[in-house]
Write a protein of this length. Structure first.
Length: 295
């Protein structure tokens, strides 16, 4: 190999892991309260706490899986949530679809001094999207809160990494069999979808330099860097479920670009200093190394 780091390529695909989550009294309290709400099929813990990378102040990301045939009773959910929230008057539960087709809806609240996020997912749609992803069809959608966009493979990652809290019908276990092990057609589809756009974004940024269009330059390079993260995660057969911290996490993957985190920080420093041509050149160098890694 050349400059790209390939010291420890993954020898096996992402596989199901046993539930090793320690007992958490807050999770027990949340689960027992939410499980009685009509329409809830399954409750899962997601985010950093499910992956074992949380710190004491990390949010509790709770997924509520519901069916189209038996809709979630959001009025009763609001009543239940107000009973357990630290500040009932500041707690609002959304309707289904209020946050768009991908984030869908939920609630933000504080319980026992901890930040808790509830997120709805409709099981029927999740299974359909996951089946498409497994077969190599991915979508990228505009979504508030996701500056690079919402990739449909996020739903695969949510299921792959979540820890079931309440799953009486085995729904989550069935969905995990779609996401795990990581499907090869999805890997190829994500690389094909995002790799070409890296250079496209760099070239758009370079064209904007002559106009001193700083917003367009920064936005174009951000998209290129976001695509680099997507390709690296796919190469390593890991699910990218949020852009936050994705490049720094990608820098720690087995297949990666040397000193990626520091180089990305340098790119943003140069953008801040107005050294746009140098920033574009550095992203070009990362792209060239990534192309070698993809070979």
């Amino acid at each position: 190999m050349t400059n790209a780091s390939r010291a420890s390529a993954p020898t096996s695909r992402l596989s199901p892991q046993p539930n090793l989550m320690p007992h958490d009294p807050l999770l027990s309290h949340l689960t027992s309260s939410l499980a009685e709400v009509p329409g809830i099929q399954a409750i899962v813990l997601g985010g950093s706490r499910a992956r074992g990378s949380a710190h004491p102040a990390s949010d509790y990301d709770i997924g509520l899986y519901c069916s189209e045939a038996r809709p979630l009773d959001t009025d009763l959910l609001q009543t239940v949530v107000k009973d357990i929230a630290d500040d009932p008057g500041a707690t609002t539960v959304t309707r289904f679809g209020e946050w768009g087709p991908w984030i869908v809806g939920g609630a933000w609240l504080s319980v026992e001094g901890k930040k808790v996020d509830l997120l709805y997912r409709r099981t029927d749609e999740v299974e359909r999207v996951m089946t498409d992803c497994r077969n190599g069809t991915v979508l990228m959608a505009y979504q508030a809160g996701h500056p690079h966009g919402f990739c449909s493979a996020i739903w695969m990652g949510e299921i792959a990494y979540c820890q079931p809290l309440h799953d009486p019908q085995g729904l989550v276990a069935r969905l995990k069999s779609i996401a795990l092990p990581y499907p090869r057609p999805l890997r190829e589809a994500l690389i094909q979808r995002f790799q070409w756009e890296i250079l496209f974004g760099i070239e758009n940024a370079e064209l904007a330099i002559a106009r001193d269009d700083r917003t367009h330059i920064a936005g174009s390079l951000y998209r290129s860097l976001g695509c680099i993260a997507q390709v690296l995660f796919a190469l390593n057969e890991r699910y990218l479920i949020n852009e936050k911290g994705a490049l720094h996490e990608a820098a720690r993957l087995p297949l990666t670009i040397p000193h990626l985190a520091e180089r990305v920080d340098d790119v943003w420093r140069m953008i801040g200093e107005g050294a746009f041509a140098a920033a574009c050149d550095d992203v070009r160098k990362i792209d060239r190394q990534l192309k070698v890694l993809c070979q």
